[in-house]
Design a protein around this ligand. Sequence first.
Ligand SMILES: *[C@@H]1O[C@H](CO)[C@@H](O)[C@H](O)[C@H]1NC(C)=O
Ligand SMILES: *[C@@H]1O[C@H](CO)[C@@H](O)[C@H](O)[C@H]1NC(C)=O
Ligand SMILES: *[C@@H]1O[C@H](CO)[C@@H](O)[C@H](O)[C@H]1NC(C)=O
Ligand SMILES: *[C@@H]1O[C@H](CO)[C@@H](O)[C@H](O)[C@H]1NC(C)=O
Length: 800
Amino acid sequence: MDRRATALLLVAGLVLWMAPACLADATVDATTMPKVDNGVSSGHATQTDTTTMAREKEAMSNSAKRFRAGAEEFTFQAEVNRLMDIIIHSLYSNKDIFLRELISNASDALDKIRFLSLTDKEQLGTGETSQLEIKIWLDPETKTLNIRDRGIGMTKDDLIKNLGTIAKSGTSAFLEQMQKGGDMNLIGQFGVGFYSVYLVSDYVEVISKHNDDTQYIWASTADGSFSISEDKENEPLGRGTLIKIHLKDEAQEYASEGKLKELVHRYSEFINFPIYLQTEKEVDVPVEEEEAKEEAKEEEGEEEEDEEGAEDAEEETKEEEKPKATRKEKRKEWDLLNDNKAIWLRKPSEVTEEEYQKFYKAVSKDYTDALNYSHFRAEGDVEFRSILYIPSIAAYDFYDKYYEKAQHGLKLYVRRVFISDDMKELIPRYLSFVKGIVDSDTLPLNVSREMLQQEAALKTIKKKVVRKVLDMIRKMAETEVKCKAMEEKGETEDKPSEKDCGQYGKFWEQFGRAIKLGIIEDSTNRNRLAKLLRFHTSKSGDKLTTLDEYIGRMKEGQKNIYYLAGTSKEEVAASPFVEQLLKKGYEVIFFTDVLDEYVMGHLLDYDDKKFANASKEDLKLTDKDEVEKKKDKELKESFKDLTKWWKKVADDKNLQNVKVSSRLATTPCVVVTGKYGNSANMERIMRAQAFSRPGASFTPTQRTLEINPRHPLVRALKEKLDAASEDTMDEGSIASARLLYETALFESGFVPDDPKAFSQRMYAMLKNQLGVDTLEVDEDVEEEPAAEEQAEEKEAKDEL
Ligand SMILES: *[C@@H]1O[C@H](CO)[C@@H](O)[C@H](O)[C@H]1NC(C)=O
Ligand SMILES: *[C@@H]1O[C@H](CO)[C@@H](O)[C@H](O)[C@H]1NC(C)=O
Ligand SMILES: *[C@@H]1O[C@H](CO)[C@@H](O)[C@H](O)[C@H]1NC(C)=O
Ligand SMILES: *[C@@H]1O[C@H](CO)[C@@H](O)[C@H](O)[C@H]1NC(C)=O
């Protein structure tokens, strides 16, 4: 092409490019924008094209945006629609997040194509298409912000499903959170981050090309529907996705290079692919004679031309004679915004805390800082590097979907290439709240996922990762204990920072249940995990305490760690089951979490001490000596008639047995469940089902009535029976025995089978009194032969 022809074409291009600007109204449509680059470079642009386009432009109306010729229209799935509605009308001030979400998605798409290319090189394509990068640019004419990746792209079907017709599981969960006043910032964690683009736009186009399909445009004004059509108007993408965001008037701040730069630095610095922003720079251009000047003028209209074009022009001028004069000219360039060198390859000492936290946000889709992290390199047979993060807050569905959900915490890389983020071979389920990366040089790159899962090296990695995570948690826990001890002693020297002191408390609040699940699921580390348990006890007051601290406070000769499970600390502390224990000064652990009963099913001992369930039928308080044992036996013997009679008159088929109790102090009787029966608490859990695994069966409750041989009511009944005989007991005594049983049922958390009969008896009872003058328990309960010293008894009372 000679110079004249080029000049002519440039003029044509200039006119073409100017046309829409002249006609521009507020709703200029990007899709019908003439394509400057094509027009210029292919040389096909003519005056006629321009006028046709101008006419078309005029005919454009708001609705026409979505109705391209041959476009198919779809309605959004109801929940997605609600979600978009909330977002587009949101007054949420932190609209910045949309960019982070789109870049994060672009990065995921790039990861996917790179992974596919490991086993099929052809997938990557050639030339520009094979460049795994993200590009961002502004188009002032169309008022659009454009984000483009060369990732895996979406087929027509993907577009329909992913962007509108199928609600992801996170959609309704996110809606729920928003209703509860949740933070929009969390959107990425729910897998619906894309829609945040409607915070800054009311018209978005997604142009996408997948290797298996042709290029399509998805477009929506978030008015309940979207359209999809084959893309004949934009440049071919090769592969990947281009999102054209028509910025709202209120969101024009994002039409600034400075702002975009700032956002990428703030949120996306550690994305593992290069992110480029197109920037406009002033450069000095030499001014030449007439011809050169003319050319320069044309160049000015060429602003939209890409980098290469501009470089060509520069070279051209350089070739000519030495520059005499220069003038300023604006040029577009691609600026690399991030240092996409993998952060985990750097030395820990060279990475700042801020950088670690930024990287955390990039890998986790979380927006709050991580609680604690560990960056290490494992050597030996299996080499890998890793950064492991413990989040500050548990993901919204970590417990709800514990058994169903795929684990998306740790990302596995092999030699810097992302492989997968849901490898259960990498970390056990109960630790799947841990985020971060593992990058190994030992694993093979050229195998499928399925084969990779078989790799023995993965087992080694998992073991080391678990060890590291538990170490991190243990250190936080130890710091907390240390701080507590120092506070008690009033020491301040070398005390860890406030932040470090408080870390384990925060951890326990969010992930304590994960630790309990670990005790259930991970027998190898059960003891390590038990060390991390926190709970209230009869002696801990408002503070949480540990098993080691419990053991430190154990009475001389105490062999068991006593505990009782129930719904609240108050309920458990007042339970008849713990009366004797507390009276004697034993510390009792109060388990109030639904999970605790399951945990105690797996945790039988700790540090050579056996766990003893205070509501178990066969609870032995201490090893009694021979004399005491004999006394007990005699006592039981003397109540034999009473227990036999009581069982008969109680008239409850679920009542298996009536026996003399050794654990009651102030209560006349309790109902307990046999060794293999369910406690009232367990029944509650079974109903709650939160953690009941498939196949857990529900055994009917077998009840035992334990009576307190020193209680005046019980003694009164005994005396009556001793005086009369089984057949001659009066109605009043029978009713009393039943009432006592029923009241105990209530107290133990069960419900009597016939509440009506219960109240009848109650009324009758009130009329015919039993003949006991006083029910004042404190004075009349006969003391059990005291084995302990009085001081200890006093201590126990003080605790209560
Ligand atoms: C994000 O990218 C992935 C491709 O990796 C795609 O499947 C998904 O639908 C995209 N989501 C959005 C909202 O663009
Ligand atoms: C992967 O590559 C290694 C060596 O680079 C080779 O020995 C092995 O057979 C390859 N495996 C597959 C499944 O192609
Ligand atoms: C992690 O916990 C340890 C132990 O408490 C503490 O020394 C360290 O400072 C914590 N690290 C961070 C990043 O909070
Ligand atoms: C304690 O014992 C009772 C009675 O046997 C039983 O139902 C309950 O499940 C046990 N509690 C725990 C926490 O193991």
